[in-house]
Design a protein around this ligand. Sequence first.
Ligand code: SF4
Length: 494
Amino acid sequence: MLKPLKEACGVFGVHDFKRNKVFPYIYWGLRSQNHRGHQSHGILTFDEKFHMYKGLDLVPKIKKGEIQKWLDQLPGHVGIGSIRYTTSGGTDEQSLVKGIQPLLVQSEKTGVAISFNGNIVNNHHLRRELKKKIPDFSYGCDADLICGKLFMGMENGDLASSVRACMKDVEGAFSIAGVTKNGELFAFKDPHGIRPLCCGYSEDHKICAVSSETVGLDINGFEQGFEVRPGELVIASKNGFTREQLVRSEKKAFCCFEFAYFSRPDSTLGKKHVYEVREDFGRNLGREYPETAKKADIIMSIPETGNDGAYGLHEETGVRWERASRRHRYVTERAFILLQRQRYSTIDRKINILDRKIHGKSVAVVEDSIVRGDTTKVIIEKLRKQGANKVHVFVTFPRITSPCFYGIDMATYGELIGSRYGHEEIAKIIGADTVNYQLLDDFVKATGMKKEELCLGCITGKYPTPLAQKMADKMKEKFENGFKETGRIYEAGC
Ligand code: SF4
Protein backbone atom coordinates (compact mmCIF):
# COMPACT_ATOMS: atom_id res chain seq x y z
CA MET A 1 0.00 0.00 0.00
CA LEU A 2 1.29 3.43 -0.91
CA LYS A 3 1.31 5.53 2.22
CA PRO A 4 2.88 8.97 2.16
CA LEU A 5 4.78 9.96 5.27
CA LYS A 6 2.79 12.20 7.56
CA GLU A 7 3.98 15.12 9.60
CA ALA A 8 3.58 15.45 13.33
CA CYS A 9 1.56 18.41 14.66
CA GLY A 10 1.98 22.13 15.10
CA VAL A 11 1.05 24.47 17.92
CA PHE A 12 0.72 28.21 18.30
CA GLY A 13 -0.14 30.40 21.29
CA VAL A 14 -0.32 34.11 21.95
CA HIS A 15 -0.84 36.52 24.85
CA ASP A 16 -1.61 40.16 24.16
CA PHE A 17 -0.80 42.34 27.16
CA LYS A 18 -2.83 45.17 25.60
CA ARG A 19 -5.81 42.81 25.83
CA ASN A 20 -6.71 42.89 22.14
CA LYS A 21 -8.27 40.06 20.15
CA VAL A 22 -5.72 37.34 19.44
CA PHE A 23 -7.73 35.23 16.97
CA PRO A 24 -6.04 36.65 13.81
CA TYR A 25 -2.53 35.90 15.15
CA ILE A 26 -3.49 32.31 15.87
CA TYR A 27 -5.17 31.88 12.49
CA TRP A 28 -2.04 33.03 10.63
CA GLY A 29 0.28 31.18 12.98
CA LEU A 30 -1.52 27.95 12.15
CA ARG A 31 -1.79 28.65 8.48
CA SER A 32 1.96 29.16 8.17
CA GLN A 33 2.53 25.77 9.80
CA ASN A 34 -0.15 23.72 8.08
CA HIS A 35 2.55 21.45 6.59
CA ARG A 36 2.90 19.96 10.11
CA GLY A 37 -0.64 18.59 10.26
CA HIS A 38 -3.35 18.29 7.65
CA GLN A 39 -6.10 16.33 9.35
CA SER A 40 -7.63 18.90 11.65
CA HIS A 41 -7.24 22.33 13.17
CA GLY A 42 -8.63 24.20 16.16
CA ILE A 43 -8.45 27.55 17.90
CA LEU A 44 -9.24 28.38 21.52
CA THR A 45 -9.34 31.84 23.07
CA PHE A 46 -9.98 33.01 26.61
CA ASP A 47 -11.71 36.12 27.84
CA GLU A 48 -13.23 35.41 31.26
CA LYS A 49 -14.32 32.10 29.70
CA PHE A 50 -13.05 29.72 27.04
CA HIS A 51 -14.20 29.95 23.40
CA MET A 52 -13.42 27.25 20.88
CA TYR A 53 -13.50 26.57 17.15
CA LYS A 54 -12.66 23.14 15.69
CA GLY A 55 -12.60 21.77 12.16
CA LEU A 56 -11.31 18.90 10.04
CA ASP A 57 -8.87 19.40 7.17
CA LEU A 58 -6.53 22.27 6.32
CA VAL A 59 -6.80 25.75 7.85
CA PRO A 60 -7.25 27.55 4.48
CA LYS A 61 -10.45 25.59 4.04
CA ILE A 62 -12.11 27.82 6.64
CA LYS A 63 -14.25 29.96 4.34
CA LYS A 64 -14.03 33.77 4.35
CA GLY A 65 -17.46 34.24 5.94
CA GLU A 66 -16.61 31.63 8.56
CA ILE A 67 -13.40 33.45 9.51
CA GLN A 68 -15.35 36.64 10.18
CA LYS A 69 -17.87 34.64 12.21
CA TRP A 70 -15.16 33.04 14.32
CA LEU A 71 -13.37 36.35 14.74
CA ASP A 72 -16.55 37.62 16.41
CA GLN A 73 -17.20 34.45 18.35
CA LEU A 74 -13.68 33.93 19.68
CA PRO A 75 -12.83 37.04 21.70
CA GLY A 76 -9.93 37.10 24.10
CA HIS A 77 -6.47 38.47 24.81
CA VAL A 78 -4.96 35.00 25.04
CA GLY A 79 -5.37 31.85 22.98
CA ILE A 80 -3.84 28.77 21.41
CA GLY A 81 -4.25 26.81 18.21
CA SER A 82 -3.37 23.42 16.81
CA ILE A 83 -2.97 21.66 13.53
CA ARG A 84 -2.92 17.93 13.85
CA TYR A 85 -1.93 14.73 12.25
CA THR A 86 -2.66 11.65 14.38
CA THR A 87 0.17 9.50 15.67
CA SER A 88 -1.93 8.14 18.52
CA GLY A 89 -5.57 7.13 18.76
CA GLY A 90 -7.91 6.13 15.94
CA THR A 91 -7.94 7.52 12.41
CA ASP A 92 -11.63 6.98 11.56
CA GLU A 93 -13.60 10.19 11.16
CA GLN A 94 -15.20 9.96 14.60
CA SER A 95 -11.79 9.60 16.29
CA LEU A 96 -10.35 12.41 14.20
CA VAL A 97 -13.15 14.72 15.28
CA LYS A 98 -12.75 13.66 18.91
CA GLY A 99 -9.00 14.25 18.76
CA ILE A 100 -9.15 17.78 17.35
CA GLN A 101 -7.15 20.13 19.56
CA PRO A 102 -6.95 22.31 21.57
CA LEU A 103 -8.29 20.08 24.35
CA LEU A 104 -9.99 21.65 27.31
CA VAL A 105 -10.71 20.24 30.78
CA GLN A 106 -12.35 22.42 33.38
CA SER A 107 -14.21 22.38 36.67
CA GLU A 108 -15.64 25.14 38.83
CA LYS A 109 -12.22 25.75 40.30
CA THR A 110 -9.70 24.94 37.58
CA GLY A 111 -9.47 24.87 33.83
CA VAL A 112 -6.71 24.10 31.39
CA ALA A 113 -6.53 23.85 27.60
CA ILE A 114 -3.61 22.57 25.57
CA SER A 115 -2.31 22.12 22.05
CA PHE A 116 0.13 19.24 21.89
CA ASN A 117 2.89 18.25 19.50
CA GLY A 118 4.61 14.93 20.12
CA ASN A 119 3.88 11.41 21.22
CA ILE A 120 3.76 9.57 24.53
CA VAL A 121 5.61 6.28 24.91
CA ASN A 122 4.29 5.17 28.32
CA ASN A 123 0.65 5.87 27.46
CA HIS A 124 -0.62 2.53 28.86
CA HIS A 125 0.74 3.30 32.28
CA LEU A 126 -0.62 6.87 32.27
CA ARG A 127 -4.03 5.73 31.09
CA ARG A 128 -4.29 3.33 34.03
CA GLU A 129 -3.18 6.03 36.46
CA LEU A 130 -5.70 8.57 35.17
CA LYS A 131 -8.52 6.07 35.05
CA LYS A 132 -7.97 5.34 38.74
CA LYS A 133 -8.17 9.01 39.65
CA ILE A 134 -10.81 10.12 37.10
CA PRO A 135 -13.08 7.07 36.59
CA ASP A 136 -14.87 8.55 33.56
CA PHE A 137 -11.59 9.48 31.87
CA SER A 138 -11.82 8.53 28.22
CA TYR A 139 -8.70 8.19 26.12
CA GLY A 140 -8.88 9.55 22.58
CA CYS A 141 -5.25 10.42 22.01
CA ASP A 142 -2.06 11.28 23.87
CA ALA A 143 -3.02 14.92 24.34
CA ASP A 144 -5.90 13.68 26.56
CA LEU A 145 -3.35 12.15 28.91
CA ILE A 146 -1.29 15.30 29.30
CA CYS A 147 -4.35 17.51 29.58
CA GLY A 148 -5.92 15.17 32.19
CA LYS A 149 -2.70 14.97 34.16
CA LEU A 150 -2.21 18.74 34.15
CA PHE A 151 -5.79 19.28 35.22
CA MET A 152 -5.51 16.77 38.06
CA GLY A 153 -2.32 18.43 39.29
CA MET A 154 -3.82 21.90 39.11
CA GLU A 155 -6.88 20.89 41.11
CA ASN A 156 -4.55 20.38 44.07
CA GLY A 157 -1.53 22.48 43.21
CA ASP A 158 -0.28 25.11 40.81
CA LEU A 159 0.66 25.14 37.13
CA ALA A 160 4.41 24.75 37.69
CA SER A 161 4.05 21.72 39.98
CA SER A 162 1.63 20.05 37.52
CA VAL A 163 3.97 20.66 34.59
CA ARG A 164 6.90 19.34 36.64
CA ALA A 165 4.92 16.16 37.35
CA CYS A 166 4.27 15.74 33.60
CA MET A 167 7.94 16.18 32.85
CA LYS A 168 8.85 13.55 35.42
CA ASP A 169 6.13 10.97 34.76
CA VAL A 170 5.50 11.17 31.03
CA GLU A 171 7.98 9.49 28.72
CA GLY A 172 8.04 10.79 25.19
CA ALA A 173 8.05 13.94 23.14
CA PHE A 174 5.81 16.84 24.08
CA SER A 175 5.97 20.47 23.10
CA ILE A 176 2.89 22.17 24.48
CA ALA A 177 1.14 25.52 24.33
CA GLY A 178 -1.67 26.04 26.84
CA VAL A 179 -4.07 28.46 28.48
CA THR A 180 -5.32 28.37 32.06
CA LYS A 181 -8.59 29.56 33.51
CA ASN A 182 -6.64 32.49 34.98
CA GLY A 183 -5.92 33.72 31.48
CA GLU A 184 -2.24 32.70 31.47
CA LEU A 185 -0.48 31.49 28.34
CA PHE A 186 2.05 28.77 29.07
CA ALA A 187 4.40 26.61 27.03
CA PHE A 188 6.79 23.80 27.86
CA LYS A 189 8.88 21.04 26.36
CA ASP A 190 9.73 17.53 27.53
CA PRO A 191 13.11 17.20 29.28
CA HIS A 192 14.81 15.97 26.09
CA GLY A 193 13.38 18.77 23.95
CA ILE A 194 12.51 16.43 21.10
CA ARG A 195 10.07 18.65 19.18
CA PRO A 196 10.63 22.33 18.35
CA LEU A 197 8.92 25.20 20.18
CA CYS A 198 10.04 28.80 20.02
CA CYS A 199 9.00 32.04 21.61
CA GLY A 200 8.83 35.56 20.15
CA TYR A 201 7.43 39.05 20.67
CA SER A 202 5.88 41.97 18.89
CA GLU A 203 8.23 44.92 18.35
CA ASP A 204 6.94 46.75 21.43
CA HIS A 205 7.02 43.53 23.50
CA LYS A 206 3.32 43.93 24.27
CA ILE A 207 2.46 40.64 22.56
CA CYS A 208 4.17 37.38 23.32
CA ALA A 209 3.78 34.25 21.16
CA VAL A 210 4.91 30.61 21.08
CA SER A 211 5.07 28.55 17.93
CA SER A 212 6.29 25.15 16.80
CA GLU A 213 8.29 26.84 14.08
CA THR A 214 9.64 30.34 13.67
CA VAL A 215 7.56 30.84 10.50
CA GLY A 216 4.54 31.19 12.80
CA LEU A 217 6.23 34.24 14.37
CA ASP A 218 7.43 35.65 11.04
CA ILE A 219 4.00 35.62 9.44
CA ASN A 220 2.67 37.73 12.33
CA GLY A 221 5.57 40.20 12.15
CA PHE A 222 6.92 39.07 15.54
CA GLU A 223 10.61 39.05 16.46
CA GLN A 224 12.21 35.69 17.11
CA GLY A 225 13.08 35.45 20.79
CA PHE A 226 14.40 32.05 21.84
CA GLU A 227 13.87 28.30 21.57
CA VAL A 228 12.13 26.97 24.68
CA ARG A 229 14.71 24.86 26.56
CA PRO A 230 14.12 21.16 27.27
CA GLY A 231 12.36 20.92 30.65
CA GLU A 232 11.56 24.64 30.72
CA LEU A 233 8.21 26.29 31.48
CA VAL A 234 7.37 29.68 29.99
CA ILE A 235 4.41 31.71 31.29
CA ALA A 236 2.90 34.95 30.01
CA SER A 237 0.24 36.50 32.23
CA LYS A 238 -1.05 39.91 33.29
CA ASN A 239 1.89 39.95 35.71
CA GLY A 240 4.42 39.68 32.90
CA PHE A 241 6.60 37.01 31.42
CA THR A 242 8.56 34.29 33.24
CA ARG A 243 10.88 31.37 32.34
CA GLU A 244 11.57 28.56 34.79
CA GLN A 245 13.78 25.50 34.36
CA LEU A 246 11.67 22.80 36.03
CA VAL A 247 13.59 19.65 35.14
CA ARG A 248 17.12 19.14 33.91
CA SER A 249 17.87 16.21 31.68
CA GLU A 250 21.31 14.75 31.16
CA LYS A 251 20.63 14.34 27.47
CA LYS A 252 19.07 16.66 24.94
CA ALA A 253 17.56 14.92 21.92
CA PHE A 254 16.17 17.26 19.31
CA CYS A 255 14.54 15.37 16.42
CA CYS A 256 17.06 15.41 13.57
CA PHE A 257 14.31 14.62 11.04
CA GLU A 258 13.00 18.18 11.50
CA PHE A 259 16.06 19.40 9.54
CA ALA A 260 15.58 17.06 6.59
CA TYR A 261 11.83 16.82 6.22
CA PHE A 262 9.36 18.43 8.61
CA SER A 263 10.30 21.99 9.19
CA ARG A 264 9.78 24.65 6.58
CA PRO A 265 13.03 25.71 4.84
CA ASP A 266 12.54 29.30 6.00
CA SER A 267 12.22 28.30 9.66
CA THR A 268 15.20 28.58 12.01
CA LEU A 269 16.29 25.60 14.08
CA GLY A 270 19.14 26.20 16.51
CA LYS A 271 21.32 28.85 14.94
CA LYS A 272 20.60 28.03 11.32
CA HIS A 273 17.88 28.43 8.74
CA VAL A 274 16.63 25.03 7.67
CA TYR A 275 17.30 25.81 4.00
CA GLU A 276 21.00 26.49 4.78
CA VAL A 277 21.29 23.13 6.49
CA ARG A 278 19.63 21.42 3.52
CA GLU A 279 21.98 23.12 1.07
CA ASP A 280 24.88 21.75 3.11
CA PHE A 281 23.28 18.30 2.94
CA GLY A 282 23.41 18.57 -0.86
CA ARG A 283 27.04 19.73 -0.82
CA ASN A 284 27.91 16.79 1.43
CA LEU A 285 26.30 14.36 -1.02
CA GLY A 286 28.38 15.89 -3.83
CA ARG A 287 31.58 15.34 -1.83
CA GLU A 288 30.61 11.84 -0.68
CA TYR A 289 29.62 10.50 -4.11
CA PRO A 290 31.52 12.69 -6.62
CA GLU A 291 31.79 10.11 -9.37
CA THR A 292 28.12 9.20 -9.47
CA ALA A 293 27.00 12.80 -9.08
CA LYS A 294 29.26 14.24 -11.77
CA LYS A 295 28.16 11.61 -14.30
CA ALA A 296 24.59 12.98 -14.18
CA ASP A 297 23.38 15.32 -16.94
CA ILE A 298 20.97 17.10 -14.64
CA ILE A 299 20.08 17.36 -10.96
CA MET A 300 16.43 17.58 -9.96
CA SER A 301 14.54 17.35 -6.70
CA ILE A 302 11.38 15.53 -5.83
CA PRO A 303 9.53 16.34 -3.66
CA GLU A 304 9.90 20.05 -2.87
CA THR A 305 11.70 19.38 0.41
CA GLY A 306 14.62 18.20 -1.74
CA ASN A 307 14.97 21.61 -3.49
CA ASP A 308 17.62 23.09 -1.23
CA GLY A 309 19.62 19.85 -1.18
CA ALA A 310 19.50 19.79 -4.99
CA TYR A 311 20.85 23.33 -5.09
CA GLY A 312 23.72 22.35 -2.75
CA LEU A 313 24.53 19.30 -4.87
CA HIS A 314 24.56 21.50 -7.96
CA GLU A 315 26.87 24.02 -6.30
CA GLU A 316 29.31 21.32 -5.24
CA THR A 317 29.42 19.41 -8.53
CA GLY A 318 28.67 22.07 -11.13
CA VAL A 319 26.06 19.75 -12.68
CA ARG A 320 23.08 21.63 -14.11
CA TRP A 321 20.11 21.95 -11.72
CA GLU A 322 16.80 21.71 -13.54
CA ARG A 323 13.28 22.17 -12.28
CA ALA A 324 12.19 19.14 -14.25
CA SER A 325 9.05 18.48 -12.25
CA ARG A 326 6.14 20.62 -11.20
CA ARG A 327 3.56 20.11 -8.53
CA HIS A 328 -0.14 20.37 -9.29
CA ARG A 329 -0.72 22.96 -6.62
CA TYR A 330 -4.46 22.43 -6.28
CA VAL A 331 -4.41 18.66 -5.92
CA THR A 332 -4.74 18.78 -2.17
CA GLU A 333 -6.68 15.62 -1.34
CA ARG A 334 -5.36 14.07 1.80
CA ALA A 335 -4.47 10.41 1.63
CA PHE A 336 -6.26 9.57 4.88
CA ILE A 337 -9.70 10.19 3.41
CA LEU A 338 -9.09 8.22 0.23
CA LEU A 339 -9.42 4.58 -0.68
CA GLN A 340 -6.24 2.64 -1.29
CA ARG A 341 -6.42 2.86 -5.09
CA GLN A 342 -7.29 6.53 -4.96
CA ARG A 343 -4.35 7.10 -2.68
CA TYR A 344 -1.94 5.82 -5.26
CA SER A 345 -3.33 7.94 -8.03
CA THR A 346 -3.39 11.07 -5.88
CA ILE A 347 0.34 10.89 -5.25
CA ASP A 348 0.87 10.03 -8.89
CA ARG A 349 -1.20 13.03 -9.96
CA LYS A 350 0.46 15.52 -7.68
CA ILE A 351 3.70 15.60 -9.63
CA ASN A 352 4.11 16.33 -13.32
CA ILE A 353 7.43 15.49 -15.00
CA LEU A 354 8.71 17.73 -17.81
CA ASP A 355 9.75 15.08 -20.33
CA ARG A 356 11.87 17.39 -22.53
CA LYS A 357 14.12 18.17 -19.60
CA ILE A 358 14.86 14.55 -18.80
CA HIS A 359 14.42 12.55 -22.02
CA GLY A 360 17.58 10.57 -22.79
CA LYS A 361 19.38 12.01 -19.74
CA SER A 362 21.10 10.61 -16.71
CA VAL A 363 19.23 12.17 -13.81
CA ALA A 364 20.41 12.77 -10.24
CA VAL A 365 17.25 12.95 -8.10
CA VAL A 366 17.55 14.53 -4.65
CA GLU A 367 15.11 13.09 -2.11
CA ASP A 368 14.76 14.32 1.47
CA SER A 369 14.33 10.78 2.85
CA ILE A 370 13.23 7.26 1.99
CA VAL A 371 10.84 5.82 4.55
CA ARG A 372 8.74 3.13 2.90
CA GLY A 373 10.16 3.60 -0.58
CA ASP A 374 6.74 3.58 -2.24
CA THR A 375 6.55 7.29 -3.19
CA THR A 376 10.12 7.29 -4.53
CA LYS A 377 9.26 4.23 -6.59
CA VAL A 378 6.27 5.98 -8.19
CA ILE A 379 8.42 8.98 -9.05
CA ILE A 380 11.16 6.85 -10.60
CA GLU A 381 8.57 4.99 -12.68
CA LYS A 382 7.35 8.34 -13.96
CA LEU A 383 10.91 9.45 -14.81
CA ARG A 384 11.60 6.23 -16.71
CA LYS A 385 8.32 6.56 -18.57
CA GLN A 386 9.35 10.05 -19.66
CA GLY A 387 12.63 8.72 -21.06
CA ALA A 388 15.22 9.11 -18.29
CA ASN A 389 18.24 6.92 -19.14
CA LYS A 390 19.64 6.57 -15.66
CA VAL A 391 18.20 7.53 -12.30
CA HIS A 392 20.58 8.04 -9.35
CA VAL A 393 18.85 8.89 -6.10
CA PHE A 394 20.65 11.09 -3.55
CA VAL A 395 19.04 11.03 -0.13
CA THR A 396 19.76 13.80 2.34
CA PHE A 397 18.55 11.83 5.40
CA PRO A 398 20.65 8.75 6.29
CA ARG A 399 19.00 5.33 5.94
CA ILE A 400 16.01 4.95 8.27
CA THR A 401 16.35 1.60 9.97
CA SER A 402 14.12 1.92 13.03
CA PRO A 403 10.69 3.26 13.99
CA CYS A 404 9.90 6.56 15.67
CA PHE A 405 8.26 6.71 19.10
CA TYR A 406 8.11 10.48 19.30
CA GLY A 407 5.43 11.74 16.96
CA ILE A 408 6.44 10.82 13.43
CA ASP A 409 4.21 8.33 11.70
CA MET A 410 6.68 5.53 11.08
CA ALA A 411 5.96 3.29 13.99
CA THR A 412 6.84 -0.27 12.89
CA TYR A 413 9.94 -2.05 11.57
CA GLY A 414 7.90 -3.75 8.87
CA GLU A 415 6.95 -0.57 7.04
CA LEU A 416 10.53 0.74 6.80
CA ILE A 417 12.33 -0.34 3.67
CA GLY A 418 15.64 0.54 5.33
CA SER A 419 15.07 -1.85 8.22
CA ARG A 420 15.02 -4.82 5.85
CA TYR A 421 17.30 -3.92 2.97
CA GLY A 422 20.70 -2.40 2.24
CA HIS A 423 21.41 0.38 -0.27
CA GLU A 424 21.75 -1.83 -3.35
CA GLU A 425 18.62 -3.84 -2.65
CA ILE A 426 16.68 -0.63 -2.02
CA ALA A 427 17.86 0.73 -5.38
CA LYS A 428 16.61 -2.43 -7.07
CA ILE A 429 13.23 -2.33 -5.33
CA ILE A 430 12.51 1.29 -6.12
CA GLY A 431 13.86 1.00 -9.68
CA ALA A 432 16.89 3.32 -9.32
CA ASP A 433 20.36 2.72 -10.74
CA THR A 434 21.92 3.74 -7.42
CA VAL A 435 20.77 5.05 -4.05
CA ASN A 436 23.25 7.31 -2.25
CA TYR A 437 22.51 8.23 1.36
CA GLN A 438 24.20 11.09 3.19
CA LEU A 439 26.63 9.85 5.84
CA LEU A 440 25.54 10.33 9.43
CA ASP A 441 28.53 12.35 10.66
CA ASP A 442 28.28 14.80 7.77
CA PHE A 443 24.53 15.09 8.33
CA VAL A 444 25.03 15.93 12.01
CA LYS A 445 27.77 18.48 11.27
CA ALA A 446 25.52 20.30 8.79
CA THR A 447 22.76 20.76 11.40
CA GLY A 448 25.12 22.86 13.54
CA MET A 449 24.21 20.73 16.58
CA LYS A 450 26.27 18.12 18.39
CA LYS A 451 25.48 14.42 18.05
CA GLU A 452 24.69 14.29 21.78
CA GLU A 453 22.06 17.01 21.35
CA LEU A 454 20.08 15.16 18.68
CA CYS A 455 17.64 12.27 18.61
CA LEU A 456 18.98 9.90 15.94
CA GLY A 457 16.77 6.97 16.98
CA CYS A 458 15.32 6.12 13.57
CA ILE A 459 18.81 6.01 12.04
CA THR A 460 20.83 4.34 14.78
CA GLY A 461 18.17 2.42 16.75
CA LYS A 462 19.44 4.18 19.90
CA TYR A 463 16.65 6.12 21.59
CA PRO A 464 16.92 8.86 24.19
CA THR A 465 14.28 7.39 26.54
CA PRO A 466 14.37 3.99 28.28
CA LEU A 467 10.93 2.55 27.50
CA ALA A 468 11.25 3.41 23.80
CA GLN A 469 14.61 1.61 23.76
CA LYS A 470 13.15 -1.42 25.51
CA MET A 471 10.17 -1.63 23.15
CA ALA A 472 12.36 -1.16 20.08
CA ASP A 473 14.82 -3.87 21.13
CA LYS A 474 12.04 -6.30 21.93
CA MET A 475 10.14 -5.66 18.71
CA LYS A 476 13.31 -5.78 16.60
CA GLU A 477 14.14 -9.22 17.91
CA LYS A 478 10.60 -10.44 17.20
CA PHE A 479 10.62 -8.81 13.76
CA GLU A 480 13.91 -10.47 12.82
CA ASN A 481 12.36 -13.79 13.81
CA GLY A 482 9.52 -13.29 11.35
CA PHE A 483 6.90 -11.63 13.57
CA LYS A 484 4.51 -9.35 11.65
CA GLU A 485 3.61 -6.14 13.44
CA THR A 486 -0.01 -5.13 13.21
CA GLY A 487 0.05 -1.59 14.59
CA ARG A 488 2.12 1.13 16.20
CA ILE A 489 4.58 -0.47 18.63
CA TYR A 490 3.92 2.03 21.44
CA GLU A 491 0.16 1.51 21.19
CA ALA A 492 0.49 -2.27 21.23
CA GLY A 493 2.55 -1.83 24.39
CA CYS A 494 4.80 -4.66 23.27
S1 SF4 B 1 13.25 8.67 16.04
FE1 SF4 B 1 13.76 9.87 14.20
S2 SF4 B 1 11.88 10.89 13.59
FE2 SF4 B 1 11.60 10.15 15.68
S3 SF4 B 1 12.16 11.87 16.99
FE3 SF4 B 1 13.99 10.64 16.76
S4 SF4 B 1 15.04 11.51 14.98
FE4 SF4 B 1 12.95 12.29 14.96
